[in-house]
Design a protein around this ligand. Structure first.
Ligand code: GLN
Length: 294
């Protein structure tokens, strides 16, 4: 029996709700729009139209994948971060709302520095660096990412958001000391992998079975990338430059101590909307500056 877009959407929403999916309303809409190749507004406009059989089949296929745990962003290939539309693939983490706190904090600082050079290490989809570039107008941003597949997504997102003039992408291994040719940055921002290896098995299925472990696994205690970035990338910051990290639950104090031991000052911890310490940032003072200050 032919079915209208509206009925298909309502039916899908009911199925997703029944499966306990919290964002059933939004996800049902996204799935129908993706299958039909329609923008959101068109779904309401075309609600009373009959759905062609091939689109109905596509919705069924996407629904089966969703019910098997695959996140909706991987089904539709898109996600929104800080008000920006982004291409997403299984090679990158789906940007989290928590990470908007990191972007917001970095933007506040970068806006105060004329022509600020910013490096986003472990850029993934490029979400943080792109948000910084969009909202801090003079900033020049380098998205550094080790995965070629993720870099492809970074490049697509630079283009999609029209930021090619000020944002570039480069294959960078955050665990290696930077080459001098990269120059100095006034701001390094990073949401590195930070889940302790032993905790990965217990993650939610939608994360564990679908998101890239390369972007999640932070080593035995989850702090490997903080240690190595603080040690090896410190010299890529100019004096007075700032390092901004997103951290996992319970990691803020340990990261603060690592930064302090490496000579960072004015270290601050910022909470996310749930009150979880989520961002740690500090300023790199030169040894001379520190001696004068004490
Ligand atoms: N916040 C992500 C999660 O909870 C992990 C992100 C990361 O390791 N950088 O799944």
């Amino acid at each position: 029996m032919p079915v209208t877009y509206n009925n298909m959407y309502m039916d899908l929403r009911a199925q997703l709700r029944h499966a306990g999916i919290e964002g059933a309303t939004v996800e049902a809409r996204e799935i129908v729009c993706a299958a039909a190749g329609k923008p959101r507004e068109a779904l309401y406009r075309d609600g009373a139209l009959y759905v062609p059989p091939e689109i109905e089949r596509e919705v069924r296929a996407l629904t089966a994948r969703r019910l098997a745990g695959e996140p909706v962003a991987y089904l539709t290939g898109e996600w929104e971060f800080y008000g920006m539309p982004l291409d997403i693939s299984p090679a990158v983490l789906i940007p989290r709302v928590d990470t908007e706190v990191l972007a917001e904090q970095a933007i506040t600082y970068v806006k105060t520095v004329d022509g600020c050079r910013v490096l986003d290490l472990c850029a993934g989809s490029g979400c943080v660096g792109l948000a910084v570039a969009k909202h801090a107008e003079g900033a020049r941003v380098l998205l550094g990412e080790i995965s070629d597949e993720a870099l492809k997504i970074c490049r697509q997102n630079v283009r999609r958001n029209g930021l090619g003039g000020r944002v570039s992408c480069m294959r960078i291994d955050a665990r290696e000391k930077p080459s001098r040719q990269l120059g100095e940055f006034a701001c390094i921002v990073s949401n590195p992998p930070y889940i302790p290896s032993g905790d990965i098995a217990a993650l939610d299925v939608t994360v564990r079975d679908f998101e890239p472990h390369l972007a999640l696994d932070g080593g035995a205690d989850g702090l490997d990338f903080y240690r190595v970035i603080i040690e090896k990338w410190r010299d890529a910051l100019c004096t007075g430059g700032r390092l901004y990290f997103e951290v996992g639950i319970g990691q803020a104090d340990a990261v603060l101590r690592l930064m302090r031991a490496a000579g960072f000052g004015d270290i601050q911890i910022v909470q996310d909307t749930l009150g979880i310490p989520r961002v740690v940032f500090g300023t790199l003072y030169s040894d001379v500056f520190q001696k004068e200050a004490t």
